[in-house]
Design a protein around this ligand. Structure first.
Ligand SMILES: [Zn+2]
Length: 189
């Protein structure tokens, strides 16, 4: 049995170009795309491992961290699922109390973060009233746009939306959220 002369029309999983595959399990149009996809997969696996080891490292510390008044930026990224950039922006905007103990030794107030991300009482409830144009194109984000812009976990964003009772609108499988509510929380002017 040599190679069959079958030609199976397929779409490359990396570059999305149609091509003729020689086997039913061919996923890429050529060696180049297969290599690129392999590298991307390895990178994702590495990131996942790093995140897991970070979580594992911190799971031992979490009880201690949860009772400390000031926590490090790394601890805050793990506990609240937000990026370092977001934390530093919140400090600049006065949303979060930060104490600088030296280069890379910024500490942030844990209770400030808890108030932002886990608050159940909503003092700004009146501000969450919808305007007629809040869900017009350009005035709202999809969940993935928020995730991308503020480098926050989808679960963190869902919690923020839920805890702050931010109105959302579902269109098909997409959930839209008015920009002004989200910006006010992540990047208040
Ligand atoms: Zn390809």
């Amino acid at each position: 049995m040599g190679f069959s002369k079958l030609k199976i029309p397929r779409v490359c999983e990396w570059c999305s170009k149609p091509f003729e595959a020689k086997t039913v399990i061919t996923r890429f149009c050529g060696v180049s795309c297969a290599n690129k996809a392999g590298k991307a997969r390895k990178k994702l696996e590495k990131q996942k491992k790093e995140k897991e080891s970070l979580l594992e490292k911190y799971s031992n510390k979490i009880a201690e961290v949860q009772t400390r008044e000031f926590i490090s930026v790394s601890e805050a990224t793990v506990m609240f699922g937000i990026s370092k950039d977001t934390i530093h922006r919140m400090i600049r905007n006065g949303l979060l109390t930060g104490v600088n103990l030296g280069v890379r030794l910024t500490r942030v107030k844990r209770t400030d973060l808890e108030a932002i991300f886990t608050a159940i009482e909503v003092p700004k409830e009146n501000k969450m009233k919808l305007k007629a144009n809040d869900f017009e194109v350009g005035n709202c984000y999809s969940l993935s746009e928020i995730s991308e812009k503020y480098k926050a976990n989808p679960s963190t964003i869902s919690n923020v939306i839920k805890n702050n009772k931010i109105p959302t609108k579902q269109v098909g499988s997409f959930v839209y959220v008015p920009k002004r509510f989200i910006d006010e929380i992540f990047d208040p002017k």
